[in-house]
Design a protein around this ligand. Structure first.
Ligand SMILES: [Zn+2]
Length: 492
């Protein structure tokens, strides 16, 4: 795809701005991931589908995207729920991490580059706290460590906090967890009996949630990176606190562009368990809804607008996808039979294609206007069906329409992929590894099997050699939580 500058609404400046990554064509992006204490619900997936569409759009625009989505597997909520369930924290969170990854797979999202878990990065968090303590941005109090908000004058810039509220620095009572100032927040929470805890030079305990994201984002993406994504409810205090912690340590700008996704409501009202309108993805799939109709619906509203999820809209989404797929099948069947020259009447279809192309790209470049882009796409679907009904299409134009629909679908993920899929399972030490990708030769399949086995046996030297060998044959590998995925170089 030819390059064009995307414009994104940056929460930091409250303006739509041209998006220019620090080191093009690389885009480094961090998306706050799930807290794995429950089955992810529709609102969670609205956000993750937005992250996926943005990821795919940036790739479609020619960027190489490094995307990190973290898993919060230790915080107040995970600890409380695991204790209530009487299950070990790692065992408890693993259950919901699986549910998250299963949902992503059902909804056809592309894998992120990394899915770091907080409990695997305690050392990085401890180091950040030590640096904050050494520079006076943090203080110890009764076994915990707090960030000293008064030491960071830019605090409140992202959330545009009211300066009146900001001025309060009066000493608060000891029962407010020993804070100097009520704005201060915990970087490290003192160990409590029966709770998971880690040793640290400033006392045994566990990290605060905000710190987790600063540690994991800077570890994988560097001290300044291009994009930070989250739900709109994370602007304050989570993202405000991430900025304070990170910039206080590095002295550099943390994130260049902040983007936030709006809420989801169901049938016009807030989703809540008490109203009986709270849906997890798994529940909707059990009711027989097509996961791609849900994907389409969740992607179809601009991300800064509230999305009203209704069952009528899911039905409409399902029929839109059917129309798109029917057109692809019909065009494939008819393209070879139709005249290959372009008689005069088909210029109408050619014009419709040009309009769709332009409308689609213009909409997406304008702060990822998915509603506008899908509008252009489906106008073309309708006009192409009509041209075929009227005998007003030629083979050349029809093939061009088909090519473009496949190109555009790299962003939506609604069409079956070109290549037939190959899937196999590898057994190792009682575990099963699933491998999936486009159909390949028997020689390549054997190499993929050998490499999966080498990895399972933790022979990383052999696994690396086989990865290189496959790369020379044009095959790229992704090791995802669901197993091994391969693809042809240059495809997504
Ligand atoms: Zn976060």
């Amino acid at each position: 795809m030819a390059s064009a500058t995307p414009y994104f609404f940056n929460t930091l400046t409250r303006h739509k701005e041209p998006f220019e990554p620090l080191e093009p064509p690389c885009v480094r992006a961090y998306a706050c991931g799930p807290t794995v204490y429950d089955h992810p619900h529709l609102g969670n997936f609205r956000y993750f589908i937005w992250v996926d569409v943005l990821h795919r759009y940036l790739r479609w625009r020619g960027y190489e995207v490094e995307l990190v989505i973290n898993l919060t597997d230790v915080d107040d909520k995970t600890i409380a729920r695991a204790a209530a369930a009487g299950v070990d924290l790692p065992q408890f969170t693993e259950r919901y991490a699986r549910a998250f990854f299963d949902g992503l797979e059902a909804l056809h999202t592309l894998p992120a580059t990394h899915y770091p878990r907080a409990t695997d990065h305690i050392q990085e968090m401890v180091e950040l706290i030590e640096r904050l303590l050494a520079s006076g941005h943090a203080y110890r109090s009764d076994g915990s460590v707090f960030f000293r908000v008064a030491s960071f004058p830019a605090y409140g810039r992202l959330a545009r906090l009211d300066p009146e509220q900001m001025r309060s620095t009066e000493r608060v009572e000891q029962d407010d967890f020993g804070k100097e100032d009520r704005r201060d927040f915990a970087l490290w929470k003192k160990a409590k009996h029966g709770e998971p805890a880690w040793d640290a030079p400033f006392g045994r305990g566990r990290p605060g949630w905000h710190l987790e994201c600063s540690a994991m984002s800077m570890k994988y993406l560097g001290t300044t990176f291009d994009l930070h994504l989250g739900g709109v409810d994370l602007v304050f205090p989570h993202h405000e606190n991430e900025i304070a912690q990170s910039e206080a340590v590095t002295g550099e700008p943390f994130v260049r562009t902040w983007m936030h996704c709006s809420h989801l409501i169901v049938e016009g009202v807030k989703m809540s368990k008490s109203l009986g309108n709270f849906y997890t993805l798994a529940q909707l799939l059990e009711r027989g809804h097509d996961p791609l109709a849900i994907r389409y619906l969740l992607a179809s509203v601009h991300y800064r607008r509230q999305l009203n999820f209704t069952f009528e809209a899911v039905e409409q989404a399902a029929s839109a996808i059917t129309r798109l797929r029917q057109l692809v099948v019909r065009s494939e069947q008819e393209a070879s039979r139709l005249p290959q020259s372009a008689p005069e009447r088909t210029t109408q279809l050619d014009n419709a294609l040009q309009l769709a192309r332009e409308g689609f790209a213009t909409a997406l470049d304008d702060d990822l206007n998915t509603a506008g882009a899908l509008g252009s796409l489906f106008t073309l679907v309708r006009e192409t069906h009509a041209a075929l009904d009227d005998g007003a299409a030629d083979g050349v134009t029809l093939a061009a329409v088909l090519d473009w629909l496949r190109e555009a679908d790299k962003i939506w993920g609604l069409l079956p992929v070109d290549d037939p899929l190959l899937e196999f399972r590898i057994q190792h030490a009682g575990k099963e590894i699933l491998a999936r990708g486009p159909k390949v030769s028997a020689q390549i399949e054997a190499l993929i099997r050998q490499r999966a086995m080498a990895r399972a046996e933790r022979d990383f030297g052999a696994a690396d050699r086989l990865r290189k060998q496959l790369a020379e044959l044009g095959i790229e590998l992704d090791d995802t939580a669901q197993g091994v995925r391969w693809r042809r170089a240059g495809t997504i």
